[in-house]
Write a protein that binds this ligand. Structure first.
Ligand code: BGC
Length: 467
């Protein structure tokens, strides 16, 4: 870490920290190159960190799909239950209920977690879908289960949990089929609901973007940059070599389809940190997670970690006597006390006195600041945010290069969802700078990026439909 001596000023040390978070064009290109190599390896061999999971989704929507489906979404701090009516014209009606997952269930046992989820499905059905119960005994609702963690998927509604991410740690669920865990608890409540599809949120994003904006050029990629980060894309079936060698897979190579959606699990790209940047602040953050050494790309990009990276830098500057001089606070020393929304807010404050930054540090960290301290904090925030977007851009460029899509099509469509992409000021422009650095300005101009809202609800419904 950068240490203070009597001659160093906050300005000098800030400049050095900003430099550490900088990612050069050459590094971005090295990241994309390695991404292409790991994509190939992951499609060929099982058990790679960047897993390249075949999802058994072999078609993407056209926009003409119809029907009413149930969808549930487990993947971050909230659990969502929704009913989705697809109107067949690219539009849909969505009704949803959100509940916070109690912290103790995130690190407890599987039965407690999944019976909590089933209970929320029961509550939703009895509040919103009463007519379901009045229908005949044989009427079963199809449910799409968005489960956004690495899965060893063996069929559209079968998959065993490889590992937890994003702060979850329910050990007795690892290695179990999460569809069966949910189905058992739904059955225990006598609900006439069938878990028809297991869907990663990135797959849902890809599906919902394809449904809502069917155009001349199909959507290649669904990306999440929220609490966690990941992407799914359409791959030629023949390229997924490990499908034909896997004994656990129920997929027949005689399938008439020629594509399959692949969930990259890019959060675990370059866990050995050969091409990813590393600062001592990243190392400190990694050590306070339940999975040190894993999800190293995610820990530099996604919302769950950006606030903690910032807190770690600020704490260091405080410890070296350069920031909040003579003061400190419980909040500043408490891991995870800063949310990523804090970075968005600091980034968007362009007032000369940085008044929102001042108010935010007073509220969230209970510390007062001078203007020069706030200017330093803003520079640090910009560096952390820029690095996140640049890395995300390099990974998107990696998928574009890996698929060679620009050799076949004049444009590429990318659907993105997640709080960081949606709310972090200027994030898409920063992604574009990175695409430009890796692919060149011409190719960057051929990449269309659009928000894909409600991917985990609509996308899961679409998967339940094709299941
Ligand atoms: C999970 C992915 C998920 C991503 C975004 C990551 O931590 O491993 O499966 O898609 O978060 O929610």
């Amino acid at each position: 870490m950068v240490s203070a001596t009597t001659s160093t000023s906050l300005d000098d040390v800030t400049a050095e920290i900003v430099r550490q978070f900088d990612v050069s064009d050459a590094s971005l290109r090295a990241i994309s190159d390695k991404f292409v190599r790991l994509s190939r390896t992951g499609l060929e061999l099982p058990d790679q960190a960047m897993t390249m999971i075949p999802t058994f989704v072999t078609e993407v929507p056209t926009g003409n799909e119809h029907g009413t489906f149930l969808a549930v979404d487990l993947g971050g701090t909230n659990f969502r239950v929704c009913s989705v009516r697809l109107n067949g014209d690219g539009t849909f009606n969505l009704l949803q209920a959100k509940s916070v997952i109690p912290k103790n269930l995130m690190v407890g046992n599987a039965v407690d977690l999944f019976s909590f989820l089933a209970g929320k499905v029961r509550d939703f059905i009895s509040t919103h879908l009463d007519e379901h119960f009045s229908q005949s005994e044989s009427h079963v609702l199809k449910l799409g289960f968005t489960f956004s963690f690495p899965i060893n998927q063996t069929a559209i509604n079968r998959g065993t949990l490889i590992r937890w991410t994003k702060g979850f740690d329910v050990q007795d669920a690892v290695g179990k089929d999460v569809c069966l865990l949910l189905q058992d608890q739904l059955d225990a409540l006598n609900l006439r609901v069938h878990v028809a599809a297991l869907v990663n949120d990135t797959v849902g994003t890809l599906m919902s973007r394809s449904y809502a904006s069917p155009g001349q050029y199909p959507t290649l990629l669904g990306v999440i940059i929220g609490t966690g980060t990941n992407a799914a894309y359409t791959e030629s079936l023949s390229e997924i070599k490990k499908l034909s060698t896997s004994s656990s897979s129920s997929f027949s190579s005689s399938s008439p389809s020629s594509i399959m959606v692949v969930n990259t699990e890019w959060g675990s790209f370059d866990n050995d940190l050969v091409v990813l940047p590393r600062t001592e602040y990243d190392e400190a953050v990694d050590l306070v997670t339940p999975n040190p050494g894993f999800q190293m790309f995610e820990k530099r990009v996604s919302g769950m970690f950006l606030g903690e990276i910032l807190r770690t830098v600020l704490l260091h500057l405080n410890n070296t006597g350069l920031l909040f001089v003579g003061a400190t606070s419980q909040e500043l020393s408490t891991p995870w006390s800063l949310d990523t929304s804090v970075l968005s807010l600091i980034e968007s404050d362009s007032s000369p006195e940085l008044v929102s930054v001042k108010a935010m540090i007073e509220t969230d960290l209970e510390l007062s600041t001078t203007l020069s301290e706030r200017l330093a904090i803003k520079r640090i925030v910009e560096a952390i945010g820029r690095r996140s977007a640049y890395l995300a851009g390099a990974a998107i460029a990696g998928v574009v290069l890996h698929t060679g899509v620009l050799d076949r099509l004049p444009y590429v469509d990318v659907g993105v969802d997640g709080s960081v992409f949606e709310f972090y000021p200027g994030y898409e422009n920063l992604i574009r700078e990175s695409l430009n650095a890796v692919l060149g300005a011409d190719n960057e101009g051929k990449i269309r990026i659009g928000i894909a809202k409600d991917g985990s609800g609509v996308g899961a419904a679409l998967c339940a439909l094709v299941a």
